[in-house]
Design a protein around this ligand. Structure first.
Ligand SMILES: [Zn+2]
Length: 282
């Protein structure tokens, strides 16, 4: 599932081709994409809009229109926005929407599992939309400090990994980058979030930023489905310190990487570098 670095990679490749362009024709082929709004209504509302910018908030792609409206695209498991449109898309059963731009190029939205969503917001609705979803600060922005992280984890009994995944402490972290961040920070993923001391919180903030920045530099991680908007693969999968590396040696200490489950998700960590504070749990 695309996390912050994957969405940021898609955004940065899409922005030059979309910014300044008008949406001439919009076809939404899958009603799940816009529900509960009828797809033909959303398509009609989008036609004629001109793109002012393509931004990102957490894992959302945010298409900013000159009218002040925003289209929020959440890719969920397998969504992707492709531009220019790939060859052979006419026969591709996973194409869910096609947008013709005023330079006659097409933007294709493709989604195998169909969990992705498009939400068209009227001017002024953006902040309320994110606030209602309790979306935390941007982890690569200035507002993500050790103090802000400490405040959002304080008193929480949930495992720190679960706290990273729920988007409230910081937006955009998913299963891969949570595990990588915790390894950098030398924190066991099951440590209760509210139990981290100041030093650990500072290390976690640094680990989150390090993992995400590396992911962006490597254009994201391609495991099965993720591709950038031009169809190219990311290279972050070659940089994983723990994610998916069960039984391989930790590069810091040589101990075999262990696998467990946290919040229902496969979770990898080094039992020596990331000792359990609960004693018997690990
Ligand atoms: Zn280790």
């Amino acid at each position: 599932m695309p996390e912050l670095p994957e969405v940021e990679t898609i955004r940065s490749r899409l922005a030059p081709g979309l910014t300044g362009r008008k949406l001439e024709r919009v076809e939404i082929l899958d009603p799940r994409l816009t529900r509960p709004e009828p797809p033909e209504l959303v398509a009609a509302a989008l036609e004629g809009e001109r793109v002012a910018d393509v931004r990102r908030r957490g894992k959302y792609l945010v298409v900013v229109f000159e009218s002040g409206r925003h289209l929020l695209v959440h890719l969920r498991m397998t969504g992707n926005v492709l531009h220019p449109a790939p060859e052979g898309r006419k026969d591709d059963p996973h194409v869910r929407a096609v947008v013709r731009l005023d330079d006659t190029s097409d933007v294709v939205y493709r989604d195998v599992r169909r969990f992705g969503t498009w939400d068209l917001l009227e001017p002024g609705e953006l902040e309320g939309y994110f606030a209602a979803r309790r979306l935390g600060v941007e982890p690569l922005g200035r507002a993500f400090t050790a103090a802000s992280l400490s405040r959002s984890l304080a008193g929480r009994k949930a495992p720190v990994k679960a706290a990273l995944l729920d988007q409230r402490a910081a937006a955009g972290i998913g299963n891969i980058y949570a595990d990588e961040a915790l390894w950098y920070a030398r924190i066991h993923p099951l440590t209760p979030a509210g139990q981290l001391d100041d030093e650990q919180v500072a290390a976690l903030r640094a680990g989150v930023r390090k993992a995400l920045q590396l992911g962006i530099r490597r254009q994201g991680a391609t495991l099965r489905d993720y591709r950038s908007s031009d169809g190219s693969e990311g290279r972050m999968q070659h940089e994983f310190r723990v994610y998916g590396r069960a039984d391989e040696p930790c590069e810091r200490c040589g101990t075999p990487i262990a696998k467990t489950r946290v919040a229902g998700r496969g979770t990898w960590y080094c039992p020596a570098c990331q000792p359990s504070e609960l004693g018997s749990v690990a």
